[in-house]
Design a protein around this ligand. Structure first.
Ligand code: PLP
Length: 374
């Protein structure tokens, strides 16, 4: 009987759809959720309990000066950009990103200045960044695309020389490194997302990692802003000096995050193993490079006949995605700007699964189906 059930289980697994994203969990997430559930302490604007523990552990993990947990990557970007007065100032960013990257600039009264990406990595091209700097430029906001680190050496040089702040969108990059240092330990402010599809998954969550000299002041201000501007709490009394939001992380997310953080390196190694095989075996010229420092949130390829191609894969039970429709093509952001590489890539890019639940058979099936569909 047990054998039959095992065989049925195996057949079911083979027949089931291969998802693009699929968070990895084990018994420890269940234990963590129950612990918080039974404690009846589910959230606090002050960020005590599991949230504080998560911030401490993440700080140690990335080795930065301070970490402030929030309730999404979007909140992290909004708050990070609010740190510098960007009203009517320009923020340089790639258009090939999730729209939240640019929305955060508008939200803070700034002007998004899109520049093209490097065709090899699909990260912002430092040469084009340099050419886009004006006396209104206040922040450079690179996105580590798919977990592949942007050229931070060049970008940091540009920032220092021109007295510009560096905020990184590291939504895809938990566990990634650049020059052997964890992403989170480089730019002035580094924004992470812990959305369920991300390398470190929570129901919802984000974090700002701080490396600036005046990190204590920034940390205090970010903590006030993540809870409605509340400051100087003494017992039940408090003051509000500046505007703030409900951006604090809840205890369930933090508790899950703590369990996920323990296994992030192991899970990222599985993603890298998958990416390495894709890089070797997919018979396409245009594909994501292999780099052991990348966290491989997903793996991208470029194909000419995208709709047809994705349909063929879907028929074989393989889910794929499109990351991203370039932001400067949305109605809200439409301008006369031309970004030839981004526009070409935006029409051809397909994202493939790299999540840790992929089996060897899944990976072989994906490669075989791709190579038969191009
Ligand atoms: C590049 C990038 N930036 C920001 C975000 C926003 O993160 P969140 O969904 O946690 O708000 C995402 C999420 O998909 C993202 O991919």
């Amino acid at each position: 009987m047990k054998n039959i059930l095992n065989v049925i289980g195996m057949i079911k697994k083979r027949m089931s759809k291969i998802k693009l994203f699929d968070p990895y969990t084990d018994k420890f997430e269940k234990i963590a959720i129950n612990r918080v559930l039974e404690s009846k302490f589910w959230a606090s604007g002050a960020g005590n309990g599991e949230v504080k523990k998560f911030e401490k552990k993440f700080l140690k993990y990335v080795n930065s000066k301070s970490c402030v947990a929030v309730n999404s990557g979007t909140a992290a970007l909004n708050l990070a950009l609010s740190t510098y007065d960007i009203k009517d100032k320009e923020v340089i960013l790639p258009s090939l990103s999730f729209v939240a990257t640019a929305n955060a600039i508008i939200e803070n009264g700034g002007i998004p200045k899109f520049v093209d990406v490097d065709e090899k990595t699909l990260c912002i091209d430092p040469k084009k960044v340099l050419n886009s700097i004006t006396n209104k430029t206040k922040v450079i906001l690179p996105v580590h695309f798919g977990g592949f680190s942007s050229n931070l050496v060049e970008i940091t040089k540009i920032c220092k020389k021109n007295k510009i702040n560096l905020i990184e969108d590291a939504a895809h990059s938990t566990g990634a490194t650049y020059k052997n240092k964890k992403i989170g330990s480089h730019g002035d402010l580094v924004c992470f997302s812990f959305h369920p599809v991300k390398n470190l998954a929570m129901p919802t969550g984000g974090l700002i990692s701080i490396n600036s000299k005046n990190y204590k002041k920034i940390e205090k201000s970010l903590k006030e802003k993540r809870w409605c501007g509340i400051t100087n709490r003494k017992g039940v009394d408090y003051d509000v000096k500046n505007i703030g939001w409900n951006y604090y992380m809840n205890e369930f997310s933090a508790a899950i995050g703590l369990t996920q953080l323990k296994k992030i390196d192991r899970l990222n190694n599985l993603r890298k193993r998958t990416a390495k095989i894709y890089f070797k075996k997919i018979l396409l010229e245009n594909k994501m490079p292999f780099d052991n420092e990348c966290s491989y949130h997903f793996y991208w390829i470029r194909v000419k006949n995208r709709d047809e191609f994705r349909e063929k894969l879907l028929k074989k039970g393989i889910e794929t995605g499109i990351h991203y429709k370039p932001i400067h093509t949305f109605s809200l952001y439409k301008s006369k700007i031309k970004l030839p590489i981004t526009e070409k890539v935006g029409k051809e890019i397909v994202s493939l699964p790299t999540h840790p639940n992929l089996t060897k058979e899944n990976i072989e099936k994906i490669i075989k189906t791709i190579n038969n569909s191009i």
